[in-house]
Design a protein around this ligand. Structure first.
Ligand code: HEC
Length: 145
């Protein structure tokens, strides 16, 4: 009886399709290489004239915007958040002397354009007036080093 059962079952078993090999894990889209991404500023960026006067009110408004949209990477004091593993590039110290040498126009356009994959495009979320307020705030940060 057992033999009969087996002979009935075996052919069935043998006819079964061979188990499919497990699918190879789907290849993830290669991460874009942001290592070389840099500023794409208009030619006249450095020469762009600041149409505003700055002043304490602009600085205060710029600081409020900075605390909302920039601290995550630049830190409250502008020194730069160095320990966030999710950041692709370590932000520079915004209190640096080098930064002081940049024109208002350059700062304005850097904040406006950002860097793909590295720093957000400010002009998408901030009005022109707000970006100049941020420049006023950047100018007000005390220089270190
Ligand atoms: C996702 C992180 C991130 C955010 C958010 C961010 N930044 Fe940046 N920022 C960077 C990095 C990284 C650099 C350095 C880029 C480089 O030089 O390659 C940088 C550079 C700069 C520079 C240029 C400094 C220099 O030496 O020329 C300025 C100015 C600046 N950021 C201002 C801002 C302001 C203002 C905001 C908010 C509106 C902001 N950033 C938001 C990451 C960020």
């Amino acid at each position: 009886m057992k033999a009969l059962l087996l002979s009935l079952l075996l052919p069935g078993l043998l006819l079964q399709e061979p188990a499919k090999a497990p699918e190879p894990p789907k290849a993830e889209a290669p991460a874009p290489d942001y290592a070389k991404a840099t500023w794409q500023l208009p030619d006249n960026a450095a020469a762009t004239v600041n149409p505003t006067q700055g002043g304490p009110e602009a600085v205060a408004a710029g600081q409020a915007l900075f605390l909302k949209g920039c601290v995550f990477c630049h830190g409250e004091d502008g020194s730069g958040n160095k320990n966030n593993p999710r950041m692709r590039r370590t932000p520079p110290d915004l209190r640096s002397v080098e930064l002081r040498k940049e024109s208002d126009g350059t700062l304005f356009w850097k904040v406006s354009k950002g860097i793909p994959g590295i720093m957000p495009v400010g002009e998408k979320r901030l009005s022109e007036a707000e970006r100049w307020q941020i420049v006023a705030f950047l100018r007000s940060i005390e220089t270190v080093k």
